[in-house]
Every structure is written in C-alpha cells, then in structure tokens.
Design a binder for this molecule. Structure first.
Ligand code: BTN
Length: 247
C-alpha cells in the first residue's frame, strides 16, 4: 500500500525530474520530485518534452508491491489520476471539454493532448512515473494538437496545487489496483478511452524505423495490451506504439 503523504522535493530547474528522482532513490521509499522548469524534459520513444513555464513537471517514485512484469498497468492508474485532476478544474457544463485517455498513456481534453506519462523502471525495484500536465501553456509545432487548462478553462492552477491533487488521486487509484485488481482500472479507463471502436493506424517503432499497421481498436486486454482487429479479422496484440485516427 502507498502512504497517503508523499515527501515532495521541489526544484526551480532540473534537467529532467526523472534524472532527479533517480539521484534521490536512496533517500526513502516513496517521494515526488516537482520542478518548475526542465532543461531536458523527455517523452516516450526518446522524444523531447517541451517544458513550458507554469506547467506541471513531476516524477512519482516508489517501489510497487505488484510483480514488475505488471507495472505497465500503473500508467493506466496514473492516467486516471491525471484525469481526476483535470476534472477538478473543468466545469461540468462544458461537455466538449471531456477528458479522454489515449492509449498507451496520453490524456486528451477536447481531443487535444494536455498531459503525458512516462514510466521508467529502475533495477526491477523502483518505478518512476513521470507526468507532465499543460496547466498554463501548450506547446506549438507538434505533429499532434495540444492544449492546456488555461486555454480550455481560463484557469492555470499552480503546479504544487495540481501535484497535491495528483498524489491524492494516484494513491487512491493505486490502492484500488491493489485491492480490486487491474479489471476495475481498465473499466474506468475504457469508459473514456479515445478512438475505441474506430479505425486507427498504429505506428510501431523498430530500430529507428516506423512500421504502420491499420485496423480497428476493439478493446484492451486484462494486461492493458491494445487489441487491434486487422482487415482480415485477425486480432493482433499491440504492446507499444503510437496510435492515430485513420483519415
Ligand atoms: C509523453 O507523452 O511522451 C510523456 C511525457 C512525460 C513528460 C514528463 S514531464 C515530467 C517528467 N520528466 C520528464 O523528463 N518527462 C516526464
């Protein structure tokens, strides 16, 4: 079980909260790193994460009690926690501001990316859950649409306030995972899963090359693997990759 209180290490600027968390893992068993700026923030697939002023950059570091091979499920837990943080600030009336989860670990508002999650496993004992949320600014010139809370709702909470909520919701969802298993987390995720039932293109990254596969996103399995129905009706399991809606 995770403790409800997280020790927070706060910095004005770091290379990446992931690097900083790695330096601190001798310090305790559960903590969060918060930085107001990152000079070398990173995203999935070795991509850069633009660290714009006023946004949240954090890494939650802890030793999960679950077997290491299931830790990928924790990115769904983190996505739900981020979703709850966003719901907290989004007005209920504006249903167009709907929060959606995009496999494997993006969070969308109004169909645009507002947050991303990066998991890193250290020595099969520590898990670093890196989370970036666009509170005040959204990056431009990206191959996908992005937004921020400021753009959608006109408010930009302080990073430390958003982190307080995030640790609270993350702890509660981790406890749900522990007590009820992944099925509950998967069901919650699927309720707001983006592109479910839609024709999508998957981009698989293989030794610097990109392989594209088209099919219908039909479900997630019990491990969080994406199930894609190919044109010949064969079901293909997708373990990693980027998904796009087919034109
Ligand atoms: C992605 O969508 O590709 C994942 C982005 C993860 C960004 C966060 S910001 C805090 C933490 N530190 C990093 O360098 N990356 C993660």
């Amino acid at each position: 079980m995770l403790k409800e209180t997280w020790k927070i290490y706060t910095y004005e600027s770091v290379s990446s909260t992931m690097d900083q968390a790695l330096k601190l893992i001798a310090e305790g068993s559960q903590f969060a790193v918060l930085a107001y700026n990152q000079t070398n923030g990173r995203g999935r697939q070795g991509r850069q994460w633009q660290s714009l002023e006023g946004n949240l950059f954090t890494t939650l570091a802890f030793k999960p009690s679950q077997p290491c091979k299931t830790w990928g499920q924790i990115s769904f837990v983190a996505a739900l926690a981020v979703g709850e943080v966003l719901q907290n600030y989004l007005s209920n009336q504006k249903s167009s501001h709907m929060v959606q989860y995009k496999w494997p670990n993006d969070i969308l508002v109004s169909g645009k990316k507002i947050a991303g999650i990066l998991l890193e496993i250290i020595d099969a004992s520590w898990l670093l859950v890196g989370i970036g949320i666009n509170l005040k600014n959204s990056p431009r010139e990206l191959p996908y649409l992005s937004t921020s809370l400021k753009e959608t709702e006109g408010i930009a909470p302080l990073p430390e306030e958003a982190l307080f909520l995030l640790t609270k919701y993350f702890t509660s969802k981790m406890n749900m995972l522990e007590e009820k298993g992944f099925c509950e987390i998967r069901n919650l995720w699927l309720k707001s899963g983006a592109y479910l039932g839609k024709e999508i293109e998957i981009r698989l990254h293989k030794q610097g090359l990109i392989e594209k596969i088209n099919g219908q996103f039909i479900d997630l399995d019990e491990e969080g693997t994406l199930l894609l129905e190919l044109p010949n009706k064969e079901i293909k399991k997708i373990f990693a990759g980027d998904i796009l809606l087919q034109d």
